[in-house]
Design a protein around this ligand. Structure first.
Ligand code: FE2
Length: 189
């Protein structure tokens, strides 16, 4: 009787183990394809081409320091060496500048596709009578490739509007008075 129970349980155990292995394999293959292109967002009316390369986007301006870093990858999850992040944003009061490329600049990723944006936290401005959420505008590209144009937003902003996509919302951490966020860009090289 006892042996019969064991024998009848063997196929069930085999099915469970095999199912578990197959489920894990499926998960691994999904993670291999996890580099989905970053969502695009409108350029808006305030872009100025030709911004210079900068170490600090918010230099010489008062504001909450904000550092965003991450990887720039293609849709095979391979890094894009020397990729470019072209950024434009407002100051702490929600003002864009149109002289001297203030709060406009290009950041270059390193040979591993890793980038760091060192800037100040953007303020808000009214657009058509309604405040837009705090945001950064960006064009991200490989050295020769077409740019992906998007915007980045921040978690907990009460003014999130219809343009905000969940995948473009940054979670902030703060240390020593500096706000930090991480974001990986996935672009077509
Ligand atoms: Fe804007």
């Amino acid at each position: 009787m006892f042996n019969r129970v064991i024998v009848s349980a063997v196929p069930i155990i085999v099915v469970l183990v095999l199912g578990s292995v197959l489920w894990q394999y499926d998960g691994m293959s999904n993670s291999d394809n996890s580099c989905v292109l970053t969502a695009e967002n409108p350029e808006g009316p305030y872009y100025v081409a030709g911004a210079p390369q900068k170490e600090k986007i918010g230099e010489f301006l008062d504001g909450q320091r904000l550092i965003i870093s991450g990887n720039i990858l293609d849709d095979n999850c391979d890094p894009i060496p020397d990729a470019i992040v072209d950024i434009w944003q407002t100051d702490s009061n929600g003002e864009y500048y149109f002289k001297d490329f203030s709060l406009r600049g290009k950041v270059h990723a390193n040979e591993s596709g890793f980038y760091t944006v060192d800037t100040i936290f953007p303020g808000k401005y009214a657009d058509g009578g309604q405040f837009r959420p705090a945001h950064l505008h960006l064009k991200v590209s490989s050295p020769e490739g077409p740019p992906l144009t998007t915007q980045l937003y921040f978690a907990g902003d009460e003014h999130h509007d219809w343009l905000v996509k969940p995948s473009l919302i940054l979670e902030l951490n703060e240390m020593d008075g500096i706000k930090y966020a991480e974001f990986d860009f996935i672009i077509t090289p």
